[in-house]
Design a protein around this ligand. Structure first.
Ligand code: BG6
Length: 476
C-alpha cells in the first residue's frame, strides 16, 4: 500500500496581507486588502474608496509578521514545519503595479525572509497573487477586466522568479482563482480580480473576461518560470468545495454537475490548457469576449505542474422548480443545508470525507500531483489566565481531515506533495477581517478591535501537529 512520500511537505499556510502588516513599510503600495474594513461573523467587510481616515483596516498592521518573522520562524521550526506557504505582496515589489522598475526594499524583505526560513530547514512555497493586487491597478485600469494587467503581472512574476530562483521551488499563480465563479457578490470579484461592477455592466461577462486574462497570465508565468528554472514546480490554486446534489432527483444531480462545471472550469483551463466544451458553448451564446487564437495557444503551452487546492467544506444544491435550460449555477441561491454534516460557528459545513472525494475528483480529471495548501477550522478560542488554549475541536477537525487525506493516498493512489493547514499562526480572516476567527496552532494576542500585546502562545494543537509531522502522519 502506498504511503505518504518520505519527503512529504508538512507545513503551514498564510498570505502576506493577512499576517505581515507593515502596509507602508519599505515603500509598499496600497493593495486591495488595504481598503477593506473589518467585518464580523455575518457582517461583510466594506470596500472603501481608497484608505479613509477613521476606518479600521485590519490588514494594515495584521500580526506584524513584517517585524516579528525571525522569532516566529523559531516557533515554526519548533513545530517541525518542512515548508511555509506564503505569498509575495505584489505591492512590495511593484507598489502601484505599473512601474518599470521593482522596489528593491521589497525584494530584499523576501530575500531575508526566505534566507531565514531556509536557514531553519523550512522551504518557502509561494503564491504570486493572493487577494492583494495593487489598488492602483483597480483605480487606473479597472482591475483584471483590462488586458494590460496581464503584462503587469507577468513582469512581477518574472522579477520574483529570477530573484528567488534558487530559494523557491514550489509556486502557485493565483490563489483560489475560482472564487469569482460567485460573481453575484462583490467580495470575490474584488479580492480575486480587483473588479468593481459599474451600473449597467453584466458582472458575469466581466468575470469571464477577467478570469480569461488571469488564465493567460498564469500560463505565461508557467512558461517563463520554466525557462528561468526548469526545476520550478508551478501550480494552480483552486478553492475546492465539492458540490453534492441535495437528493437523487436527476434534476438535482444535473444541478450539482453544472455547479461543479461552473466552479472548476478554471482548473480545466489551467491543467488541460483548453476551455471545456460546455463553457465554450455557454460563452458563445451569451457574451462577446476578447479571447484570441493567440491566447488559446498560450493556454495550451502553459499548463500547470500540479494542482494546489484549499479544502474547508462541501456544499449541496437543489434544482429550482423552474430551472432555465442552461441550469445556470447561482452560488448563494442554489445551496441548501446538508443535514448529514456539522457546521462551524461561521456556517461552514464540516465534511472530512469530502476531502477524499475532492482528491479523487482531481486525480481522475487531471492525473497530476496534488498539494493541499489550505485546510483548517476557524473558531473562537479562549486564552486561559496561564496562556493556554485547549483547542481540542481544532485537533478533531484536522485529525479527521488528515485521516481522509491518507486514505486517498494509501487506497486511491493519489500523488500528494504536501499538506499546509491554513492560518497555523492566527491571522486576519480574509472573509470577515476578524482576528477572533482563529485557525492557528499559535495564538496571537490581538482581537477584532485591533487590541492586544501581539504576544504568541502555543495552543494544544501545536504539540499535536508537531507529533503528526514527526511521525510523518502515523500518530494522529
Ligand atoms: C481561503 C483563502 O479562502 O480561505 C484565505 O485563501 C482565507 O485567504 C481562508 O483566509 C479562510 O477564510 P476566512 O474567510 O475564514 O479567512
Amino acid at each position: 500500500m502506498a504511503k505518504l512520500r518520505k519527503d512529504f511537505l508538512w507545513g503551514g499556510a498564510v498570505a502576506a496581507h493577512q499576517l505581515e502588516g507593515g502596509w507602508q513599510a519599505g515603500g509598499k503600495g496600497v493593495s486591495v486588502a488595504d481598503v477593506m474594513t473589518v467585518g464580523a461573523n455575518g457582517v461583510q467587510r466594506r470596500i472603501t474608496d481608497g484608505v479613509q481616515p477613521g476606518e479600521n483596516y485590519p490588514n494594515h498592521d495584521a500580526i506584524d509578521f513584517y517585524h516579528h518573522y525571525k522569532e516566529d520562524i523559531q516557533l515554526f521550526k519548533e513545530l517541525g514545519l518542512k515548508c511555509f506557504r506564503t505569498s509575495i505582496a505584489w505591492t512590495r515589489i511593484y507598489p502601484n503595479g505599473d512601474e518599470d522598475q521593482p522596489n528593491e526594499a521589497g525584494l530584499q524583505f523576501y530575500d531575508d525572509l526566505f534566507d531565514e526560513l531556509l536557514k531553519n530547514g523550512i522551504q518557502p512555497v509561494i503564491t504570486l497573487s493572493h487577494f492583494e493586487m495593487p489598488y492602483h491597478l483597480v483605480t487606473e485600469y479597472g482591475g483584471w477586466r483590462n488586458r494590460k494587467v496581464i503584462d503587469f503581472f507577468v513582469k512581477f512574476a518574472t522579477t520574483v522568479f529570477k530573484r528567488y530562483k534558487d530559494k523557491v521551488k514550489y509556486w502557485m499563480t493565483f490563489n483560489e482563482i475560482n472564487n469569482q465563479a460567485d460573481y453575484r457578490g462583490t467580495f470575490a470579484l474584488f479580492t480575486n480580480s480587483g473588479l468593481q461592477i459599474k451600473p449597467g455592466e453584466d458582472a458575469e461577462a466581466v468575470m469571464y473576461q477577467a478570469a480569461h486574462y488571469e488564465c493567460v497570465a498564469s500560463a505565461l508565468a508557467v512558461q517563463i518560470g520554466h525557462e528561468i528554472n526548469p526545476a520550478f514546480q508551478i501550480g494552480a490554486m483552486i478553492a475546492m468545495v465539492p458540490i453534492y446534489p441535495a437528493s437523487p432527483d436527476p434534476r438535482d444531480v444535473f444541478k450539482a454537475e453544472r455547479a461543479m462545471q461552473s466552479r472548476y472550469w478554471f482548473a480545466d483551463v489551467q491543467a488541460n490548457g483548453r476551455y471545456p466544451r460546455w463553457l465554450r458553448s455557454y460563452q458563445a451564446r451569451k457574451f462577446d469576449l476578447d479571447i484570441t487564437l493567440a491566447d488559446l495557444d498560450v493556454l495550451k503551452a502553459g499548463t500547470v505542474d500540479y494542482i494546489g487546492f484549499s479544502y474547508y467544506m462541501s456544499f449541496a444544491v437543489k434544482a429550482k422548480a423552474n430551472e432555465p435550460a442552461d441550469f445556470a449555477y447561482e452560488e448563494a441561491a442554489d445551496q441548501v443545508e446538508n443535514l448529514t454534516v456539522q457546521r462551524s460557528e461561521w456556517g461552514w459545513q464540516i465534511d472530512p470525507v469530502g476531502l477524499r472525494y475532492a482528491m479523487n475528483w482531481f486525480n481522475d480529471r487531471y492525473d497530476l500531483a496534488l498539494f493541499i495548501v489550505e485546510n483548517g477550522f476557524g473558531a473562537v478560542d479562549q486564552l486561559t489566565a496561564d496562556h493556554q488554549v485547549h483547542d481540542d475541536y481544532r485537533i478533531a477537525y484536522l485529525k479527521a481531515h488528515i485521516e481522509q487525506m491518507k486514505l486517498a493516498v494509501e487506497y486511491d493512489g493519489v500523488d500528494l506533495i504536501g499538506y499546509t493547514p491554513w492560518g497555523f499562526i492566527d491571522l486576519v480572516s480574509a472573509g470577515t477581517g476578524q482576528m477572533d476567527k482563529r485557525y492557528g496552532m499559535i495564538y496571537v494576542d490581538k482581537n477584532d478591535a485591533g487590541e492586544g500585546t501581539l504576544k504568541r502562545y502555543k495552543k494544544d494543537s501545536f504539540a499535536w501537529y508537531r507529533q503528526v509531522i514527526q511521525s510523518n502522519g502515523d500518530q494522529l
